[in-house]
Design a protein around this ligand. Sequence first.
Ligand code: ADP
Ligand code: MG
Length: 239
Amino acid sequence: SLRRCFGVNREEPTKSPVIEINQLSQFFRQGQTRLEILKNVSLKIRAGEMVGLVGPSGSGKSTLLHLAGLLERPSGGKIVYKGQDCELMTDNERTKLRLQEIGFIYQFHHLLPEFSARDNVMMPQLIAGLTKNEAANRANQLLNMVGLSERGDHKPSQLSGGEKQRVAIVRSIANVPQLVLADEPTGNLDPLTSTQVFEQLRSVIKGGKLSALIATHNHQLAEKLDRIFKIEGGSLVEL
Ligand code: ADP
Ligand code: MG
């Protein structure tokens, strides 16, 4: 697994949930009206499990991923991460947990344009305290996993859309997170490239025995995951 390969000392997959989304609600105020985007949403994701999240634009997929990723605090309910209630944590504790345990992938790659693919994959590792040598070795192995071993020196502008997303995928797992949150990771790609990139995302996450919650418009891709949920009227419905 990724953990063994990179010498990261973390627990192996178990039956206990990595993340429990517990009776979560999110409201936004818009003038006089209160938008109820999520209403009492609950979901448990176990180690090694990949869950798909579908629903039309505006249904609350990104909102749920932000809450799950501890980027915001919910209006109601809580996120429990490996048994710890995240609503009881300070902002600093939440940030630390997020940096160490959660990887993010977005629709647009968000790679740093001035840096090479390898540097982009090294960056989170350097922030986490790895040496330059360790980070470069790991970045090379990760780029190799997604067929980009020859592209390490290339900047994002020299890569295709699919290649940039593959770099973003391995960057998200460079610190071997327990959980990957992906928000329409193939939403900006043509259908064929979408399928290829999605398959690579699935294989690196499965290979690393990581857990994931992946929002996508594409039901066909979502069907390749372990379970699929749809957000309907603020509630989660298992498909
Ligand atoms: P999706 O990702 O499924 O397209 P979002 O989670 O981005 O949906 O948005 C769900 C709804 O919540 C949308 O109507 C959006 O306008 C609204 N929304 C999201 N964030 C905010 C915010 N910070 N303030 C007000 N409304 C918001
Ligand atoms: Mg969204």
